[in-house]
Write a protein that binds this ligand. Structure first.
Ligand SMILES: Nc1ncnc2c1ncn2[C@@H]1O[C@H](COP(=O)(O)OP(=O)(O)O)[C@@H](O)[C@H]1O
Ligand SMILES: [Mg+2]
Length: 377
């Protein structure tokens, strides 16, 4: 294994949104320096970075600059150019690998890898071109048509009941590569975040139970309200997937739980995940510290849960119609609540502006208090 990268080395990150920002906070706190590559002058991470290279993600000069000036480079999102990551890796330590990013950014590749790892997915049809959808669609209906690339927060998806609807929706999405997935009856949604440095060295966070509204994560609670054996199975599956991918870094795995407690892998993210923000308040090591540690070739930190916790996302919808701030006073006074704001200027509906964690004696209590606090905003 390579020598560990130690402070005050310069770490680079592709993308300067909220995930890049929380990575920068973790890295800076440990004594590293941080360079963010992001085309946006107001990128949330820039406020915490030593250096902001303001350029497109595929700008060759910017990438060469990043490679030359950083000891190691990571990413905050999967939609970067995997080839750019592979190019950076020729001269600089990069984690996760371009190959893993390429898999996570394409639902078709992702699902075939999940199957290759011996894990179940929803029944799905890969649609690379229009001929692929001229088959019997009944096994995938009613279903969700999802673009293979660039979907997030439920965007790039259409719910369809009939074959005609599916074909119309495919045309409507511009004929780009898609997957048609059977709509499953979900009892619950879970996620597991695993940090893997090498085959012998990985750590898995406690399982989060996730509640989505309109395809966007709304709340996560930990411990998840499932039997311990089911939670352990989800953790084992996440580890198995990281192993199959020979993954280095932080990997998030989203699961569906079906009525009979079957676990199905929904999707993966090659980075810290919104459903892991609870770790910032409630775990010995948080997911961004793990990202720094894995990137630097350090052992993953311990992931013990310190308290039951509920995480609530704050979307732009919570802001006043004139863009005015929500009423923070009650939330800020709550001794068991911790607010994180991402420093985004414009509060648009559906835009992730911040989140808060609430710690209590049980996950149910934490959720109840968190909802009450959200109502005061
Ligand atoms: N096959 C499915 N059956 C039932 N619900 C689904 C299915 N696929 C997605 N969903 C719902 O939509 C949400 C978002 O879908 P997902 O594939 O995770 O896309 P995104 O990349 O937008 O997170 C899921 O968390 C789940 O609530
Ligand atoms: Mg998802």
């Amino acid at each position: 294994m390579m020598a560990a990268i130690l402070p005050p080395a310069m770490l680079g990150i592709l993308g300067g949104g909220q995930l890049g920002r929380m990575f920068a906070v973790a890295a800076k706190t440990m004594g590293y320096r941080v360079t963010v590559l992001d085309p946006d002058a107001d990128a949330p991470a820039a406020a915490f970075a030593d250096r902001h290279i303001q350029a497109p993600y595929n700008d060759p000069a910017a990438l060469a600059d990043l490679a030359a000036s950083c000891a190691a480079i990571t990413t905050e999102f999967e939609n970067v150019n995997a080839d750019a990551m592979r190019e950076l890796a020729k001269t600089t330590r990069v984690s996760p690998s371009g190959d893993c990013v390429a898999i996570a950014q394409d639902r078709i590749a992702e699902k075939s890898w999940v199957a290759k790892a011996g894990l179940p997915t929803a029944p799905y049809l890969a649609i690379e071109s229009v001929q692929d959808i001229q088959v019997e669609l009944a096994p995938y209906l009613p279903g969700i048509l999802k673009t293979a690339r660039l979907g997030y927060d439920g965007k790039g998806q259409a719910r369809v009941k009939t074959a005609d609807e599916a074909r119309a929706a495919y045309a409507n999405l511009g004929g780009q590569a898609c997957v048609l997935e059977r709509m499953l009856d979900l009892k619950l949604e879970l996620s597991v975040i695993v940090t893997r440095v090498s085959p012998a060295q990985s750590a898995v966070f406690p399982v989060a139970e996730n509640i989505h509204v309109n395809g966007i994560l709304d709340e996560s609670i930990v411990p998840a309200r499932v039997a311990p054996a089911l939670a352990a199975r989800a953790q084992e599956m996440a580890r198995q997937l990281a192993e199959a991918l020979d993954y280095v870094g932080v990997l998030a795995v989203e699961f569906f739980v079906l009525a009979d407690d079957t676990l199905v892998v929904n999707e993966i993210a090659p980075r810290p995940h919104n459903s892991g923000h609870y770790t910032l308040a409630a775990c010995l090591t948080d997911q961004f510290q793990q990202q720094v540690r894995a990137l630097c070739g350090l052992l993953p930190g311990k992931t013990d849960l310190l308290s039951p916790v509920a995480m609530v996302n704050l979307l732009g919808d919570v802001w006043k119609d004139d863009g005015g701030e929500p009423n923070w006073d009650v939330l800020m006074e709550a001794p068991n609540a911790q607010l994180h704001l991402y420093g985004k200027k414009a509060a648009r509906p559906g835009r992730k502006m911040g989140h808060f964690n609430v710690m209590a004696a049980t996950a149910d209590e934490a959720l109840e208090q968190a909802r009450a606090l959200k109502d005061t905003l």
